[in-house]
Design a protein. Sequence first.
Length: 227
Amino acid sequence: MRYFLFVSIVVLAIGCAPRPYKDLKLHENNSSLLLPASNYAPKFEKILYSCNVKGRTPFGKRFSLSGLLFFKQFADGSERVVFQNQMGITYFDFGWDQSGGFRVHQIITQMDKPALVKTLKKDIELLLFKNLGPMDSGIFTDGTGKEYLRFELKEKGFVYYVFEKGNIVGIENADEKRKVVVMALSEAKGANTFAQKISMKHLRAHFTIDLNRIQEENNPEADATEE
């Protein structure tokens, strides 16, 4: 009897949980924004961020990593993203070919876990507007002046790109029940550019990534991913 009472309470709690984005309204004048994902992707040659990662394991142990996160876009359309510490040791080196195919060029043993690689791959692809499904249903608004572009993800769930006055201010990955990853972006200057600051929160995996853009010209590893 107690078991069935417990199950009933859990089911009721899940059923009553608020669904994300239920209050968004379809934007009435959104035709100018209904473009493929590639139209919103950032255009760059090389971008460098200071990167700080903080979190805790499922067993409660806290961890932190810091270093430089380097984005490189090649003339043929391929891209590389490298995370190194201040001593030049590479945590990971990820690459995407012209068609969006993914490859791990290098990764330290501690991070070489399928679930972690998949998570980091998705984070970076969200920033690059890469490997997204079609835009779903159009553009939405929350009534505060922000516009939400929704794309389906090819594997699971969907993503909203949040714009305000033409600048991207947020990226939110969710499913129909709850948000998974929330990114706050600030000081993005115009379309197709990277924000100066990016703060990522993984709500299920319990870790954060904070990026602060620094001058690419001062990057000693600027050509680290050249082949």
